[in-house]
Design a binder for this molecule. Structure first.
Ligand code: ASP
Ligand code: MG
Length: 408
C-alpha cells in the first residue's frame, strides 16, 4: 500500500464527464489498495472567466477580493469530484485550502505556503476515504483567503505530498510527460522516462511549460518523487526525481536530456562605455531598480579605454529597459544604445554533461553547418545556451535534436 497524491489540471476536470473520468482513475488506485489524496484545479477557462468579470468591476481589482473570487473555481471541482466518487461507491471528502488548513504568508495573489496541518487528511484517510483538496489556495495569518499564483495547484499538490511524506506525487495534465523538446517544433521529440529535478527546472524555466516552476523547486527541496502524466491517455509519464534515484537499469544517463528554447527574448547593447571599475554596476543597477530581470550578460574586452556591454531580458520588458539604459548612456557618455527583439534562446540541458567543450563543439558545428550565427553564449553546470536570430529557431532545434541523437 502506498500513499499517493494526485493533481488534475483544468483540462482534466473541464466538464462533468471529465470529472467522472478522473473519479474512475482515482478509483483504480483505491482498488489497488492505495491511499489517495487528490488536488484539483478549477475547470479549464474558469479562472480566466472570473478574472475577466473582476476587471469589469474595478480597473485594478482589490487583491483580497480577487482571492475570494478566484478560489471559487476550485471549490466547485472538489465538491463535484467528491460526489462522483461517492456515486461510484467510494467514500470521499472534499476540503478547501483553509479547511485543511494550508497556512500561507499574507501576500495576496502570490502567497507562499508556510505550514500545512495534515491531521484532518490523515484522519480521513484512516477512515478509508479519498481526500480531495482544492488547489491554489490557503489561508493567511489574518484568516483571509489567499492564492498561490497562477498554476498554483501544482504547488498545492507537491506541498501536501511533502508535508505528509507521500510515496509519489502524480501530476495529471493534458500532455503525457516531459519531452526532449517541444513536439510542435520537432515531431520526433521523445517522451523522457525520467529526468532530474535540476533538469526539469531548466526545461520548465526555458519554456517547457509542463509544471509550475515553484512546484518543482518544492519537490526538489523535500525530495518528493514527481510524475507528470496524461489524464486522458494511458502511460507511465515522466518521473522527476533526484539523480541518486535514477534506476540502475539506465546504464548511463545521456549527455543531453532535452533542448529548451524561449522566443520571449530581447537584447540590449550599450556601445562605447568607459572601461573602468563600477561601470557594470552603473549599467545594471538602474535596470534592477526598475524591477527588470535580466538573463545573459556579456562585456567585451576593452579596447582604447572603452567597452561594449550586452544583456538579454524578456521581450515584454525590452522597451522599458531601453529607456532606462538610454538615460544611463547619456550619463556615462556612451556612444550608442541598440535593441534587438528578434532573438531567441536555445539551451541544451543535461546533468550528464561532463565535458562542456565536447557538447559545445558539436552544438556550434551543427549551427555553423546550417549557417546560423551565434550572437551570445552562456553556460551553467548543466546547460549551454545560445542566442540566435528568431528566424533560425526551428532549424536550429531540429538539427540539434538530431545531432545529439535525442530522437533515438
Ligand atoms: N486555477 C488556477 C489557474 O488557472 C490554478 C491552477 O489551475 O493551477 O491558474
Ligand atoms: Mg494548471
Amino acid at each position: 500500500m502506498a500513499l499517493i497524491f494526485q493533481k488534475y489540471g483544468g483540462t482534466s476536470v473541464g466538464s462533468v464527464e471529465r470529472i467522472q473520468n478522473v473519479a474512475n482513475k482515482v478509483a483504480k488506485f483505491v482498488d489497488d489498495g492505495h491511499q489517495v489524496v487528490v488536488t484539483v484545479s478549477a475547470m479549464s477557462g474558469e479562472t480566466n472567466r472570473l478574472t475577466a468579470m473582476a476587471n469589469e468591476m474595478q480597473a485594478q481589482p482589490c487583491k483580497r477580493e480577487m482571492d475570494v473570487l478566484l478560489t471559487t473555481g476550485e471549490q466547485v471541482t472538489i465538491a463535484l469530484l467528491s460526489m462522483a466518487l461517492q456515486a461510484k461507491g467510494y467514500p470521499a471528502i472534499s476540503y478547501t485550502g483553509w479547511q485543511v488548513p494550508i497556512q500561507t504568508d499574507k501576500v495576496h495573489s502570490k502567497a507562499r505556503i508556510e505550514h500545512i496541518d495534515g491531521t484532518k487528511i490523515l484522519d480521513q484517510l484512516g477512515q478509508g476515504k479519498v481526500v480531495i483538496v482544492a488547489g491554489f489556495q490557503g489561508m493567511n495569518p489574518e484568516g483571509d483567503i489567499s492564492t498561490l499564483g497562477r498554476g498554483g495547484s501544482d504547488t498545492t499538490a507537491v506541498a501536501l505530498a511533502a508535508a505528509l511524506n507521500a510515496d509519489e506525487c502524480q501530476i495529471y495534465t493534458d500532455v503525457d510527460g516531459v519531452y526532449t523538446t517541444d513536439p510542435r517544433v520537432v515531431p520526433q521529440a521523445k517522451r523522457l522516462d525520467q529526468i532530474t529535478y535540476d533538469e526539469m527546472l531548466e526545461l520548465a524555466s526555458l519554456g517547457a511549460k509542463v509544471l509550475q516552476i515553484r512546484s518543482v523547486e518544492f519537490a526538489s527541496k523535500y525530495k518528493v518523487p514527481l510524475r507528470v502524466l496524461s489524464s486522458l491517455k494511458e502511460g507511465g509519464g515522466t518521473l522527476i526525481t533526484s539523480e541518486e534515484n535514477f534506476k540502475e537499469s539506465e546504464m548511463e544517463k545521456p549527455l543531453i536530456s532535452g533542448i529548451a528554447f524561449s522566443r520571449d527574448e530581447a537584447k540590449l547593447m550599450i556601445l562605447g562605455v568607459p572601461d573602468k571599475p563600477g561601470v557594470a554596476y552603473q549599467i545594471l543597477g538602474p535596470i534592477s531598480d526598475a524591477n527588470i530581470d535580466i538573463d545573459m550578460i556579456i562585456q567585451n574586452q576593452g579596447v582604447d579605454g572603452t567597452t561594449d556591454f550586452t544583456f538579454t531580458m524578456s521581450r515584454l520588458d525590452a522597451e522599458a529597459a531601453k529607456a532606462v539604459l538610454q538615460s544611463t548612456a547619456n550619463h556615462l557618455g556612451a556612444r550608442e544604445v541598440l535593441m534587438d527583439d528578434e532573438i531567441v534562446k536555445i539551451s541544451m540541458v543535461g546533468v550528464g554533461m561532463k565535458s562542456h567543450a565536447g557538447i559545445a563543439s558539436t552544438m556550434f558545428k551543427t549551427l555553423a553547418d546550417n549557417e546560423i550565427n551565434i550572437q551570445m553564449i552562456g553556460t551553467t553546470e548543466i546547460k549551454i545556451s545560445v542566442v540566435i536570430g528568431e528566424e533560425h529557431l526551428e532549424v536550429a532545434v531540429q538539427t540539434l535534436h538530431e545531432a545529439f541523437g535525442l530522437d533515438k
